[in-house]
Design a protein around this ligand. Structure first.
Ligand code: SF4
Ligand code: SF4
Ligand code: F3S
Length: 378
């Protein structure tokens, strides 16, 4: 075992390989507050990558409703139950990771989902926590009745549990972008990777008898384009790019700004210890204790940072949020002035500019000029 540094845990930890941190790291940010669970991303990914025989239950991207949804069924509760202790002191994790919780003879603590676990991708969809009396209304945040949508892809982890567990060394992490791939020629279908990934984002192809996973749309990333699940997103909730470590963070880089500077985006279950590279802006309507068990001790601060956009106190972050979904190209640098947000490519060429605030037009019910009434059809 090597000692590696996991910045999300605020400490060093054991990992079976020497530090595998790549030259640059692909990352994605999801704004859970804007997702409508239309599953366009899910279908866009499926039509691109997993439409073949043996891939019927392969959802490299899925969107599940929290607190009751999970795909495969119960993935989060079962993976969390492998960790004996999950305590944090301030922002340092004192508990055990999936590597540290491994029993004798195991590389990673894990469990293998059954075919029943893979059978119900929509379990718990739109089910809220709590009840509300008929005629009552919600007037404060957080309120008793809540749910939210969690968008899930492979996290292209800095310390991938799937990679660590494969006895064939069939999984590798690319140095040029940190994307984690399964070598389809080397894989022999041992499924140790599936048992080891705490997020359950490796999926067995029942036809080819080898494992597959989200490929981070690497052919697009290589050409400076964002992923299919990002560019097809109806709610414009996603942005992908490259993330630096906290020590090397550049606030003009959108990913660094969201994760390290404004700290408005947090990792999913950092306590697993894999240092995931997909980050979430947590839902502002959910209880803080639920968010903290899910996104770690920085969750409350992330919600506060998001609220500063709503109150108009952070126009720079607001401008960046307006750049979500505004271009198919990867934004390497952005800037915001009073009224406009600008996104630039790797060579500093302007890709896109958008207004920080969308103009609002109020249409009167009675149009005096045309001497007519308008009907509100929405
Ligand atoms: Fe591997 Fe799972 Fe991390 Fe993806 S999320 S890199 S499959 S451990
Ligand atoms: Fe699918 Fe590409 Fe999104 Fe991965 S990044 S879930 S391969 S669309
Ligand atoms: Fe290795 Fe997983 Fe294939 S453990 S052999 S990559 S099924």
């Amino acid at each position: 075992m090597a000692q590696v540094h996991n910045w999300q845990l605020g400490r060093d930890m054991e990992f079976p390989h020497e530090d595998v941190r790549p030259t640059r790291q692909f990352a994605m940010v999801m704004d859970t507050n804007k997702c409508i669970a239309c599953q366009t991303c899910t279908i866009a990914c499926k039509q691109t990558w997993t439409w073949g025989k043996g891939q019927e239950y392969a959802f490299w991207n899925n969107v599940e409703t929290k607190p009751f949804g999970s795909y495969p069924t119960g993935w989060d509760l079962r993976s969390l139950s492998l960790l004996a202790d999950q305590a944090w002191t301030d922002e340092v994790y004192e508990g055990t990771t999936v590597f540290e919780a491994a029993r004798s003879g195991q590389v990673v603590a894990g469990w293998l989902p059954s075919s029943e676990h893979w059978a119900q991708p929509n379990l718990g969809e739109d089910e809220p926590e709590g009840t509300i009396d008929g005629g009552a209304y919600l007037d404060e945040l957080p309120h008793d009745v809540w749910n939210f949508y969690l968008q899930r892809i492979c996290n292209h982890c800095t310390y991938p549990a799937c990679l660590a567990a494969c006895p064939r060394d069939a999984i590798y992490k690319r140095d040029e972008d940190g994307i984690v791939l399964v070598d389809q020629e080397r894989c022999r279908g041992y499924q140790e990777c599936i048992a080891a990934c705490p997020y359950k984002k490796v999926i067995f192809n029942t036809s080819t008898r080898v494992s597959e996973k989200c490929v981070g749309c690497y052919p697009l990333i290589e050409q400076g384009e964002m992923n299919k699940c990002v560019t097809t997103c109806i709610g414009r909730i996603r942005l992908s790019g490259f993330l630096n470590t906290p020590e090397q963070a550049d606030p003009s880089n959108p990913m660094d700004f969201l994760v390290h500077d404004r700290k408005v985006s947090v990792p999913l279950y950092p306590q697993f210890g894999t240092e995931p590279n997909v980050f979430y802006m947590p839902p502002i309507q959910a209880p803080v204790d639920f968010l903290e068990q899910m996104f770690g001790p920085r969750a409350e601060g992330a919600v506060e940072a998001y609220r500063r956009v709503i109150t108009g106190e952070d126009p720079e972050l607001q401008g960046l949020l307006m750049l979500f979904g505004a271009t198919d190209r990867i934004i390497h640098r952005f800037e915001v002035n009073d009224e406009t947000a600008y996104g630039y490519d790797e060579d500093g060429e302007l890709l896109v500019e958008v207004p920080v605030r969308e103009p609002t037009y109020v249409r009167m019910l009675r149009d005096e000029e045309r001497d007519t009434f308008r009907t509100n059809i929405t």
